[in-house]
Design a binder for this molecule. Structure first.
Ligand code: SF4
Length: 389
């Protein structure tokens, strides 16, 4: 995009490093409905200013530790019921085997994912824990994280609403953790809405976990699920809620903007996913509200156009696995890392591999963990190219 003389005073102010208010964001959004050019241009400028011409990703293996879940969200196919073919209850042996394979593929991240407190609802989960010698899913995750570190991988756990104490324990082995805010709107928890049967998705509960991550100084990944029946105003409110947390604790390392995709066998199977212009507007608004934040979109969920999001503000592709599926969206396979590299290059960006924690947040990580990272770390705090390529 060539240089543009901005008509919008608010956008000019943003380029002059002025803070933006909620009202400003709403004005900008309203103006962008007819013509998003100025918004996209500003987001692109800020992205260039704060993130230069690189785009990062994390080379990961996805450990689907247990996909039983006490909640039910209307769009989810990750969650399994006992007896279903997709049920996953990984044994310690399976965790170890996948770690060995991930090491062979030179992955750097072990992503540990579970449903929400499965043992509270399912006898199967309680038996699985007992068989493996654990009292809770969190205890299992602590053990799995230790195994990952021993194998030379760096854990990043996303296990729903963990308690303060559980997170405190996991911080010892996890270089970062994740919990999607999804949306700060209470409306989405009402009857007929996607989070009606998911107590863990109540904004208050999610914000509390994110607050705890701040108190514990954990580099935290969070984000918004786009296209689940929210309004753009609710998205703007959600971005500001994340911004507020970050201003308070400084530990939000990235925002994932994940576009909802309808799935068969779910209540939302006939709902369309967000169209590209809407999704790009969300990305650009996030960039102008938090100009120096790391902003990620998963490339597998925009398979035909992911590189076009580089021009509206994203600077990260998230975790890409060369060996395991995306168990949350199994019908969308991850692109090959070589292809992402090529497509990023063609769009004018250099692909770099990061650790599950961004370099700006290394001061939050213990010396023991930092020491382990340095063996494969380059001068920029990223993974050495000869290791991941
Ligand atoms: S999205 Fe998460 S909390 Fe909701 S049903 Fe699926 S696994 Fe459970």
């Amino acid at each position: 995009m060539n240089d543009l003389v901005l008509d919008s005073e608010i956008l000019s102010h943003i380029l002059d490093n002025k803070e933006i208010s909620r009202q400003d964001a709403i004005e900008i959004y309203k103006k962008s409905i007819d013509n998003p050019r100025e918004l996209f241009f500003t987001a692109q400028k800020l992205r260039g200013r704060f993130k230069k011409n690189s785009v990062t990703f994390s080379k990961k293996a996805f450990f689907n530790i247990v996909n039983l879940c006490k909640d039910t969200c209307s769009y989810c196919t990750y969650k399994s019921e006992p007896g279903e073919q997709k049920l996953s209850l990984m044994s310690k042996q399976q965790v170890s085997e996948l770690l060995q394979l991930a090491k062979k593929y030179r992955c750097t991240e072990a992503l540990f994912v579970t449903g929400e407190q499965p043992e509270q609802r399912y006898q199967e989960a309680r038996e699985w824990l007992k068989k493996n010698g654990f009292k809770s899913t969190a205890e299992y995750l602590i053990h799995a994280s230790e195994l990952a570190l021993e194998s030379g991988l760096f854990p990043h756990t996303n296990a729903g609403n963990l308690s303060f104490e559980e997170m405190k324990e996991l911080k010892k082995t996890n270089v970062s953790m994740g919990l999607m805010l999804e949306n700060v709107s209470e409306r989405l928890t009402q009857r007929g809405m996607p989070h009606y049967l998911a107590a863990s998705k109540r904004p208050k509960a999610r914000l509390e976990v994110l607050e705890n991550s701040g108190r514990l100084r954990i580099p935290m990944t969070t984000g918004i699920l786009v296209g689940i029946g929210e309004t753009m105003y609710e998205i703007i409110d959600s971005i500001f809620a994340i911004k507020q947390l970050h201003q308070k604790y400084g530990n939000i390392q990235e925002i994932i903007l994940q576009n909802f995709q309808p799935k068969e066998d779910t209540l939302m199977k006939n709902e369309p996913s967000a169209d590209e212009k809407y999704f790009k507007t969300v990305v650009a608004l996030t960039r102008i509200i938090m100009p120096d934040m790391n902003i990620q979109i998963p490339p597998n969920l925009s398979p035909k156009s992911y590189q076009s999001f580089l021009s509206v503000g994203i600077n990260d592709w998230g975790g890409i696995s060369p060996l395991t599926p995306d168990f949350v969206n199994p019908e969308f396979s991850w692109p090959k890392i070589n292809d992402v590299d090529k497509n990023s290059k063609e769009a004018g960006f250099e692909l770099k591999c990061r650790f599950p924690a961004y370099p700006e947040f290394f001061s939050f990580i213990s010396k023991e963990l930092r020491d382990k990272m340095t063996a494969i770390e380059n001068d920029e705090g990223l993974v050495k190219e000869e290791y991941w390529k």
